[in-house]
Ligand binder design. Structure first.
Ligand code: PRT
Ligand code: MG
Length: 214
């Protein structure tokens, strides 16, 4: 049995067409079923639904043989024990620094002010500001980063942006683009040795699906 870890929502939705192109159909809809383990049309392949941030952990410890996870989540996790064969180019966005429209970020940086930065991505934020030589106090949040500058909790946030609508709706502006993000296939390295033929088939199926015109 091969177990693929996916998170509900955009990653699941954007993975389905790739699975389909590889001849794999998931037999249940996670939005209507309460099941956490979903069968596919391939008797030896099942999908488990986990929280997006838990996908690398499931794959690292062998709770799943492979999974699909955002580069953001993967960098924060560290990627230990994970083979990363493919960038699937789905769930694309960027990770950026944003501030309130009335906050002068450029002069705060120029003057060497200490910035309070709220984020779920403390590793990415720490590296980014260290490289820039900006002193920051990082405040770890688990959600609704956009609220932090509006309530005085922080001067800036480091968060994912795709259309920019969420920032705009909250009077925030993007002031730095840290990196582009997409989702990757990650594979447990020990499983890759033990179940080589079966896992190679799934990996090759994804690779072939990526080469097909959409
Ligand atoms: O939601 P939950 O807390 O369970 O977990 P999660 O937020 O980690 O999962 P999910 O499914 O929301 O995101 C999974 C992955 O999708 C992320 O790790 C990214 O790699 C990728 N992705 C792509 C995004 C976005 N685009 C995105 N726009 N993840 C989140 N967003 C959020 C962003 O955080 C912000 O709040 O959407 C908002 C901004 O969107 P725009 O379009 O208004 O700019
Ligand atoms: Mg989310």
């Amino acid at each position: 049995m091969i177990t693929l870890a996916l998170s509900k929502g955009r990653i699941f939705d954007e993975t389905l067409p790739l699975l389909r192109a590889a001849g794999i159909e998931v037999l249940e809809d996670p939005e209507t079923s309460r099941k956490l383990i979903l069968a596919t049309n391939q008797p030896e392949l099942r999908v488990v639904l986990v929280r997006a941030t838990d996908v690398p952990t499931y794959v690292e410890y062998g709770g799943a043989d492979l999974g699909i996870t955002g580069r953001d989540t993967l960098i924060e996790h560290g990627g230990h024990g994970l083979y990363q064969p493919l960038d699937l180019d789905i769930a694309r966005c960027r990770i950026s620094v944003a501030v309130r429209k009335d906050f002068d970020y450029a002069s705060a940086v120029r003057q060497g002010s200490r910035l309070r930065v709220a984020t779920k991505y403390v590793g990415i934020a720490r590296d980014f500001f260290a490289t820039k030589g900006v002193h920051v106090d990082l405040i770890k949040l688990y959600g609704s980063m956009e609220l932090a500058p509006l309530t005085g909790l922080a001067d800036a946030i480091v968060d994912l942006v795709s259309t920019g609508n969420t920032l705009r709706a909250n009077g925030l502006v993007e002031v730095e683009r840290i990196m582009d993000i997409s989702s990757r296939l990650v594979v447990n390295q020990a499983a890759l040795k033990r179940k080589q033929a079966a896992l190679r088939q799934v990996i090759d199926g994804f690779a072939a699906a990526l080469r097909q015109p959409v």
